[in-house]
Design a protein around this ligand. Sequence first.
Ligand code: TYD
Length: 211
Amino acid sequence: MPIHRSGFFISFEGIDGAGKSTHLEAFANHLRQRYPQQEIVLTREPGGTPLGEKLRQLLLQEPMHIETEALLMFAARREHLAQVIEPALQSGKIVISDRFTDASFAYQGGGRGLSLETLNTLETLVQRRGADLIQPNLTLLFDLPGHVAQERRSKARTPDKFERLDLDFFEKVRNEYLRRAKSDPGRFVVIDAQQSPERIWKHLSEIQLNY
Ligand code: TYD
C-alpha cells in the first residue's frame, strides 16, 4: 500500500531499447496539461541525486560482484527517496521516475539470478515506512521481445555494461518484469512497445491518475 496520499508516484520500466525514455517526456507533457495545478518532478534510477549519479557511473561502467551491484542500486535508491521522491510526494507533486525497484528485481533478480529473498530484504530495508512499503502508485512497463530491443539498441547507441549482455539475459529480465506485472495488475500498465509510436501515445494519453 502506498503511504504518500497527497502526491502521485509513477515509474517507467522496460528492457533497454524498449523506448521508455522517449515516451516519458511526452507523458509528462500530457500530465502537465491534464493536471495544470500539479508540479511534476522527472527523475531517474540509478541516479536522481548527486551521489546517485556518481553511483550510476560506477554501476553502468565497472564490473562488480552481483551483490555489490544490488547494494549500490539500493544505496542510490535510499538517497533518491530521502532527497527527491519523498519530499516531492509529501508536498503533493507528481513524481515520474525512469526506473525504480522493479528494475532491480528484473535485472539483478531475473537477469543476474540474485535471489528474491535478498531483493525483498533490500527493498524492505530501503522502502519500509512504518507498516507500509513506498511503491509507485502506477508503473508503465514498455514490453517487447529481447531480440527486437537488441536490434533497436544496435542502431541507437554505444552500449553500457548492461546493454552489452546477451539476448538470454534480456529475455530473463523481460520475463521477470512480466511476472511482476501479472502479480500486481492494479499498479502495472503493460504497453506493447512494438506498436507504432502513435498507438503508444494514444494509449498513454488515455491513462488517468487514480488519486
Ligand atoms: P537506462 O535507464 O536504460 O538509461 P539509458 O536510457 O540512459 O541507458 O539505464 C540504466 C541501466 O541500469 C539499465 O540497463 C537497467 C539498469 N538497472 C538495473 O540493473 N537495476 C536497477 O535497479 C536499475 C534502476 C537500473
